[in-house]
Design a binder for this molecule. Structure first.
Ligand code: SF4
Ligand code: SF4
Length: 426
């Protein structure tokens, strides 16, 4: 007997109230990056919600073509941010994608990409990163990035693997005097493996501000990318593993908070974990504690606010402005608060749409008169760097932690703080 994949009970276990909360006003279309490019209702949040409803009512069969409409959403959640009716768009899409995975089978490109993140921190992966660093040094010449070609045709410019990948793990970094509080720093996959200098800068900034910083060993990816893609089993396993480590640390060291520089991870910890301490984006701490930055020459910067910093972590965008304006003049375009088109596997699965979003964004930044784009998300840094290579060579991209570190820490201080750590025991 054929599987009745279109039976409402079988296909979509979406709470009906989530669908009914949408009154189809269309306000969300004004902030949706995919609708902005395609100008087609099927690419809008409202269209995607209506599609789920039509399926639930049994008026449409679930098929790969239908599933593609949901796959083409970046899950930036700007629609959720603006919706006057509080439609929980994230939960809706997660449920829909979960059901698509179950009923239409795994998308192998996505599955394998996400599966690889679950190995974060294990010894085989550490060895592979070292081998990668060695090979790239021998064969890939100078320059910080290397093009990686995916089976979908996407070409992403990844930073080269570093010899010191994951070297912060398992250490407790100390301030010079008495610590005013203790934070766990969640380094996140991309910082640990590729943007190692940024991760070090975060730790040393916190040390100079007077904090003890624990970089836990054994933690894996936060699981946010897995959850957003509907691979909830993988997410649950990652959450369980990470929570166990965080809870042990909290008991032993009386931890005051978890610090992230990845708003997708931060949002996941805030919304989908149940942690025994608060979660902070570094920029929130800098906003409160950073008195001033050294300014050597006048520079104009603009800011790409990572979508999940305001849609998931609920950090007001002016927090970023205040931190950046301590070290440079902040100028704005029209699209500072708009998705860059990365969204993890979205940019790999939908290279054409991702590039359209990125190109528009880079054109907007080019016109605003900035020399540098600041942001605070490793995925956004990767995507905007690609945008700079492809569409706006004169624009530099910098993580806000690197921008601050340059103006707040001397080279001697960095070296001192690098040595100031003690062993980690749980
Ligand atoms: S999701 Fe919200 S903003 Fe969008 S159409 Fe529905 S009610 Fe309107
Ligand atoms: S999450 Fe972003 S891309 Fe997806 S429908 Fe909402 S605004 Fe559009």
């Amino acid at each position: 007997m054929e599987k009745d994949i279109n039976s409402p009970k079988r296909v979509l276990k979406i709470p009906l109230e989530t669908l009914n909360a949408c009154v189809q006003c269309g306000l969300c279309k004004t902030v949706c990056p995919t609708y902005r490019e395609e100008l087609d209702e099927a690419y809008s949040p409202r269209g995607r919600i209506l599609l789920a409803k039509t399926l639930l009512e049994g008026k449409l069969q679930l098929s790969p073509e239908v599933a593609k409409r949901w796959d083409e959403c970046t899950l930036c959640r700007n629609c959720e941010d603006i919706c006057p009716n509080g439609v929980d768009y994230k939960e809706l899409l997660v449920h829909v994608r979960e059901e698509v995975n179950k009923n239409l089978g795994k998308d192998w490109v996505k599955y394998l990409g996400l599966k690889s993140l679950t190995f974060q921190g294990n010894s085989i992966q550490k060895l592979a990163l070292k081998a990668g660093a060695f090979i790239s040094k021998l064969f890939l010449g100078k320059g910080d990035t290397m093009p990686v070609v995916f089976p979908t045709g996407a070409v992403k410019y990844f930073p080269k693997p570093k010899f010191n990948a994951q070297s912060l793990r398992g250490k407790i970094f100390l301030p010079k005097g008495k610590a005013k509080a203790t934070f766990i720093f969640f380094p996140g996959c991309m910082y640990e493996n590729f943007y190692t200098q940024t991760a070090e800068n975060v730790v040393h900034i916190l040390q100079k501000l007077g904090y003890k910083v624990i970089v836990p060993d054994g933690v894996s990816c936060c699981g946010g990318p897995h959850y957003y893609s509907g691979f909830t089993d993988m997410f649950n396993r990652l959450r369980e593993k990470n929570t166990e480590i965080f809870t042990k640390l909290a008991k032993k060291y009386s931890v005051d908070g978890l610090v992230v520089v990845c708003p997708t991870g931060g949002g996941t910890f805030k919304e989908d974990y149940d942690l025994p301490f608060p979660v902070y984006e570094l920029v929130e701490i800098l906003d409160k504690e950073l008195k001033e930055l050294k300014v050597e020459k006048e520079e104009k910067v603009t800011i790409h606010y990572p979508c999940h910093s305001y849609t998931a972590m609920k950090i007001p965008t002016d927090v970023f402005d205040r931190v950046a304006s301590k070290g440079a003049k902040v100028v704005k375009g029209e699209l500072n608060k708009s998705c860059c088109g990365f969204a993890g596997m979205f940019s790999v699965k939908n290279p054409g749409l991702s590039q359209k979003i990125l190109k528009r964004k880079m054109e907007d930044f080019s016109q605003c008169g900035a020399q540098t784009i600041l942001t605070s998300c490793p995925g956004c840094v990767l995507q905007l760097n690609e945008g700079s290579i492809r569409y706006a060579n004169d624009l530099k991209v910098e993580h806000i932690a690197d921008f601050v570190a340059k103006r707040f820490l001397t080279e001697e201080e960095k070296q001192t703080y690098q040595q100031l750590w003690e062993e980690y025991r749980v």
